[in-house]
Design a binder for this molecule. Structure first.
Ligand SMILES: [Zn+2]
Length: 453
């Protein structure tokens, strides 16, 4: 009797499981996205007219519209003559920091190392407030077509890992986030001259210090405990190869890539010698260093943030600038741009793999975080990178830099259905990317301005 009852129970359970499985199979949404053109950044090829078949959150099939049939029950999204691209990737951002650059006098009185006092304010204010700011920036990025970001520090202890999880759980809209949690730094020039009695506890809210190889390993383990996706280290002239090597080894043992901020020549060499996975910024790299990076397969993550009078643009609408400051700044900026143009040519000639990031952490009056970010990425074109290479840098190349080349960065079967569409051809007019009118992430439509007209 007991055995028969148990058998009956199993039969009922099995039936329940089968019907659940059937329900599951039926509920996978099938979507066809049709567009006049589809640009494959990897090859530069264009499919016209194109159809993308999506099942659930993944791309199932991509081809000419004549080659792909309409499955029963499929939802059709017709984007007319639009051009489809993979969702954009910002390889270097800071979603939980939005610095309002203060007037000159304020900076002079309170500047205590890089960024402060604005960075200091972000650290000591409520982390809850900061989290909501991050949620807003994440939404704004997504609305501009940025479907994935790598967030490299300046998020407090767990701001970006929690934002990532909230987005993945569907609680707030935003891009996929690779989160680094706190960045590893030496006791260099960030936020100095604090009240000595409070300094340690303030700094611990934002940074993990490297003081010797053992501490570097410990810092990695603290971030592993925080479930990070990537490690961020800021290299300066104080950081030794032994310290950074220990961090890289510990990170790699945990299957995490290491992104190293390095601007000056010495720091760049430290990053190369220690086996960094990507070098962030790299502004002062020599040709010999680009060669070493190419040979070792180290990515260069270009950040054209300061290009094209960025600081003047973000300050002018809200800050009274003295004529002397303004003209001095204009001279500095012009010189910076000339050097950056040369950098870009050297990068293109070297054959080093490159992606791009915004380093966005600045309030730009009149623009959302997403708009400011895309405008910043396109500075690469003004600096001399051909349009198709810019698109590669923020799609397929960035995906490889992140180690997510099997998931994102291209409109190919098996990848996540992250798509954007623009009206005209971005390979001819790169500014089209600033006017993304359709965004899909994970097979779900985030916005579709084509439908409204
Ligand atoms: Zn940065």
């Amino acid at each position: 009797m007991r055995v028969r009852k148990y058998g009956l129970f199993l039969a009922v359970l099995f039936a329940a499981l089968v019907s659940t499985a059937q329900l599951g199979a039926q509920s996978v949404a099938v979507t066809l996205v049709k567009a006049g053109r589809l640009l494959d950044p990897r090859t530069g090829n264009v499919l016209a007219p194109a159809t993308v078949l999506i099942e659930g959150d993944k791309i199932k099939q991509v081809g000419l519209s004549s080659q792909i049939g309409v499955p029963a029950g499929a939802k059709i999204i017709d984007l007319g003559n639009a051009t489809l691209l993979p969702g954009l990737i910002d390889g270097h951002t800071h979603l939980l920091l939005d610095i309002v650059v203060p007037p000159e006098a304020e900076s002079q009185r309170h500047l205590n190392g890089k960024f402060a006092p604005e960075l200091l304010l972000a650290i000591v204010e409520s982390p809850t407030k900061r989290a909501f700011l991050g949620a807003q920036m994440a939404r704004e990025d997504l609305e501009s077509g940025i479907t994935t970001v790598r967030n490299l520090g300046h998020s407090g202890i767990d701001g970006d890992t929690e934002l990532r999880d909230a987005i993945n759980a569907g609680r707030v809209p935003g891009p996929r986030i690779l989160a680094s949690a706190r960045k590893l730094i030496t006791r260099g020039d960030y936020v100095q001259n604090l009240n000595p009695a409070l300094a340690e506890s303030i700094l611990q809210q934002e940074f993990l210090f490297i003081d010797g190889a053992d501490q570097a390993r410990r810092a990695i383990r603290q971030n592993v405990f925080q479930h990070v996706d990537v490690i961020k280290v800021t290299a300066d002239e104080n950081l030794t190869v032994a310290e950074l090597s220990a961090a890289v080894e510990e990170a790699h043992r945990n299957h995490l890539k290491v992104a190293v901020h390095a601007v000056d020549k010495t720091s760049i060499q430290t990053a190369i010698d220690a086996g960094a996975d990507s070098i962030e910024h790299g502004d002062q790299a020599t040709d010999e260093q680009f060669k070493q990076m190419r040979d070792k397969g180290i990515f260069l993550d270009l950040t054209p943030t300061a290009y094209n009078h960025f600081l003047l643009k973000i300050m002018e609408p809200s800050v009274v600038l003295t004529p002397a400051w303004r003209s001095a700044r204009a001279v500095t900026d012009t010189h910076h741009d000339q050097l950056y143009d040369q950098l870009v040519q050297r990068v293109l000639k070297s054959g080093v793999k490159f992606a791009a990031g915004t380093d966005m952490c600045w309030y730009w009056p009149g623009k959302t975080c997403g708009q400011a970010s895309v405008t910043t990425l396109l500075n690469l074109h003004a600096a001399g990178v051909p349009a198709l290479d810019v698109i590669r840098a923020i799609t397929v190349n960035a995906a490889e830099m992140l180690g997510w080349q099997d998931k994102i960065g291209a409109i190919e079967p098996g990848k996540f259905a992250d798509l954007v569409a623009v009206t005209d051809d971005p390979a001819t007019d790169i500014t089209e990317v600033e006017r993304v009118r359709f965004v899909m992430k994970n097979g779900e439509v985030v916005k579709n301005d084509f439908a409204a007209h």
